[in-house]
Write a protein that binds this ligand. Structure first.
Ligand code: ADP
Ligand code: NI
Length: 217
């Protein structure tokens, strides 16, 4: 099988697997991350095939939607890539990216590092901020039945990984617990520039939100 055929099969597999996914982690999230990754790739020297496969497979079974199980995503990706007779070295690299991409309150799970991971991670983080990031965050908060905002409940940007994952705090708090921290965590210059604009947009949004909340017309 050629690489374009494998990419095409991967798209079909991911689209089918995520057909009932929550709005912020669905096929369109994958497609945006894939497109972000291709954009960053055009400015960096990295293995295109690995970046494309990892961006398509990075949320194939997010632990948030699988009772906290962090192994099922990498396992599913590996099993699929084996059906496509992908080179075992490529499979290992893609699986390592999937294992290490997640934010989890900023806590890293291993020392694995590669430019391909950096790119896919930036591509995913870009989709967590800006107008889309805001939409995804409120969608996820609604999915969890969390309040939009509660002035009595302060945000906690220094949560442990466990606290971050089980947080039921108001959705506005998530801006301070993750979204506004991402701009300074971008790995590539390309993503940092895009993140800067999206960050400013979120700040404008929050200012307007508080103005309306306080009844300032
Ligand atoms: P990743 O899946 O990259 O590890 P997260 O677990 O933080 O990142 O989740 C991805 C997206 O899901 C976030 O960018 C946000 O939009 C949404 N999300 C996750 N946790 C929350 C939360 N507690 N409140 C609102 N949105 C959340
Ligand atoms: Ni993602």
């Amino acid at each position: 099988m050629t690489q374009p055929e494998i990419i095409s099969n991967t798209k079909i597999f991911v689209q089918e697997t995520l057909k009932d996914a929550e709005g912020g982690h669905d096929w369109f999230h994958i497609l945006r991350v894939y497109n972000n990754a291709r954009h960053i790739l055009s400015k960096e020297t990295a293995d295109t095939f690995i970046v494309e496969l990892a961006s398509l497979l990075h949320d194939i079974a997010d632990s948030k939607f699988h009772k906290g199980n962090e192994e099922i995503g990498p396992q599913k990706a590996k099993a699929f890539l084996e059906t496509q007779a992908v080179d075992p070295e490529v499979i290992n690299h893609v699986v390592s990216i999937i294992e290490n991409i997640s934010y989890k309150g900023g806590h890293k799970s291993s020392d694995f590092h590669s430019i391909e991971l950096d790119i896919v991670q930036d591509a995913d983080r870009l989709d967590a901020i800006g107008a889309i990031g805001i939409a995804r965050t409120f969608n996820f908060g609604g999915f969890k039945n969390n309040p939009l905002y509660d002035p009595e409940i302060p945000a906690n940007p220094n949560q442990s990984k466990k606290e971050y994952k089980k947080s039921r705090s108001p959705t506005i708090n998530h801006f301070y617990e993750k979204l506004l921290l991402l701009k300074d965590k971008m790995n590539t210059e390309t993503a940092r520039e895009i993140a800067t604009q999206r960050h400013e947009f979120m700040q404008t949004y929050l200012n307007q939100f508080y103005k309306e909340w306080e009844g300032k017309l």
